[in-house]
Design a protein around this ligand. Structure first.
Ligand SMILES: *Cc1c(COP(=O)(O)O)cnc(C)c1O
Length: 432
């Protein structure tokens, strides 16, 4: 097996047979869009096909990753978090002794999450197409900030669509976007969250595609977006693989990542998909209960359906109407998921589970107190599952977790939720 320093890790896409020429991941994916968007998608397919083989493009992206983003992001051994899992294992007495947990620190990437890997890549594509304006949808505001950052750096105009509920929850990110020169357009329709912002961004693009590129923020939407976003985010897994080989001299036994649209998970999973011994676990938002409307876990509780231009697992009612969703984290609050995850689910390659709001809040506090790292609420879902899983495994085993973002944006919301919980049930606060 070859080892190479993470900084020299190839940025170029890994060749694979999915999606096929029609943008299908098995049965999933495709291009379920109005006629008016087909020419924009064709143009994007063509330009991406041409840059895939273009060294200059990937060298430029690699240079931006190194100098603007701060890549490679570190691989961090979470020793005290692992010790906590070992304690859990002893208490539960199920035979596990606690594996070692390693964090891939995307929270240390510029702007505080993995989103920037994608927006810089698509920003460069925008310039290749000769377009001068980008639009984006945002939930937590992280993709909006990352888009605004890429736009400022590359000299592009930027409009960001954001649900008014998310504008309230993520005020600081709204200020950051405006500071970077972007316009934030509040969306008041539907549940006033990510799904509605995505609808509005698509509507804008239908009338503006000749001079505007739509930077989708996750591995969702019509082909070629799920493939393009996966390829740009694969830098996470490519670096992590090289770092594991260097520090552990072997691959991790399991990889855990949270799944909203699925981009940080796809990014860390993809370079390991052919390594069959590596167990891959995606963690969705289990919300406050398994009842419809109380969670955002389409792979756990949804059915195949079409949302935002592709066929994938979707949370929907009996009439196929998209269901309402809930999660404590704005970035996971989405009723759909990327088509490649649906493909991996049905193929049995990745197992998907859900962490509840409560479990995510516990993990949020746990990582802050044990390691001095305040994770995003999204990321906290992955941390919760990693600790649970580690307690069932052995000390010589390793779990790699995608620490997708930092929690600065969430401290207000998290302290509000923790205070609420402590006032209704004082026993829960003694969990650790
Ligand atoms: C946006 C976001 C997510 C969810 O999006 P994916 O496309 O599933 O990665 C997860 N973590 C953080 C920190 C985010 O900002």
């Amino acid at each position: 097996m070859t080892t190479f320093p993470a900084s020299k890790a190839p940025v170029k896409p890994i060749v694979s047979d999915v999606p096929d020429a029609h943008g299908r991941f098995g049965a999933f994916g495709g291009q379920y869009v109005p006629e008016t968007l087909m020419s924009a998608l064709r143009q994007l397919e063509e330009v991406y096909e041409s840059v895939r083989q273009d060294r200059v493009f990937w060298d430029e992206l690699r240079a931006l990753f190194a100098t603007l983003v701060g890549r490679p992001t570190p691989l961090y051994k979470a020793a005290k978090l692992s010790a906590h899992a070992a304690d859990l294992a002893r208490k539960q007495g199920q035979g596990g002794m606690g594996a070692t947990i390693w964090l891939k620190r995307e929270d240390l990437a510029h702007t505080g999450a993995h989103k920037i890997n994608n927006t810089l890549g698509q920003g460069l594509l925008t310039r290749r197409m000769g377009k001068r304006r980008i639009i984006a949808e945002t939930g937590a505001g992280q993709h909006g900030v990352a888009s605004a950052t890429a736009a400022a750096h590359l000299g592009l105009a930027c409009d960001v669509y954001m649900g008014s509920e998310d504008v309230r929850r993520q005020r600081l990110n709204v200020i950051r976007m405006r500071m970077l020169g972007a316009r934030v357009i509040e969306v008041d329709s539907g549940s006033k969250t990510l799904k509605d912002a995505t609808n509005e961004a698509m509507r804008d693009w239908m009338g503006s595609a000749d001079h505007t590129h739509y930077i989708i923020g996750s591995v969702v939407g019509p082909h070629p977006f799920p493939m393009i976003v996966r390829d740009f985010q694969s830098i996470i897994g490519t670096e992590a693989k090289a770092q594991c080989l260097r520090h552990l001299s072997k691959l991790p036994d399991a990889i855990v990542a949270c799944v909203g649209g699925g981009s940080n998970a796809a990014g860390i999973f993809y370079p390991f998909v052919d390594d069959e011994k590596v167990r891959l676990v995606g963690v969705e938002a289990g919300g406050r209960s398994v009842n419809p409307g109380d969670h955002a876990a389409p792979l756990s509780y949804g059915q195949p359906g079409v949302l935002h231009g592709s066929l994938s697992y979707v949370l929907q009612d009996q009439n196929g109407q998209t269901a309402n969703v809930h999660s404590c984290s704005a970035g996971l609050d989405y009723p759909g998921v990327g088509p490649e995850h649906s493909y991996w689910k049905d193929a049995g390659r990745v197992s998907y589970t859900a962490a509840t709001d409560e479990q995510a809040l516990d993990a949020f506090t746990l990582l802050a107190r044990t390691e001095g790292i305040i994770p995003a609420l999204e990321t906290s879902h992955a941390i919760a599952e990693a600790v649970r899983l580690a307690a069932t495994m052995k000390p010589d085993q390793n779990i790699l977790v995608c620490c997708s973002g930092r929690g600065d944006k969430d401290v207000e919301e998290a302290s509000r939720l923790l205070a609420l919980r402590n006032s209704t049930n004082s026993s829960i606060s003694n969990n650790f």
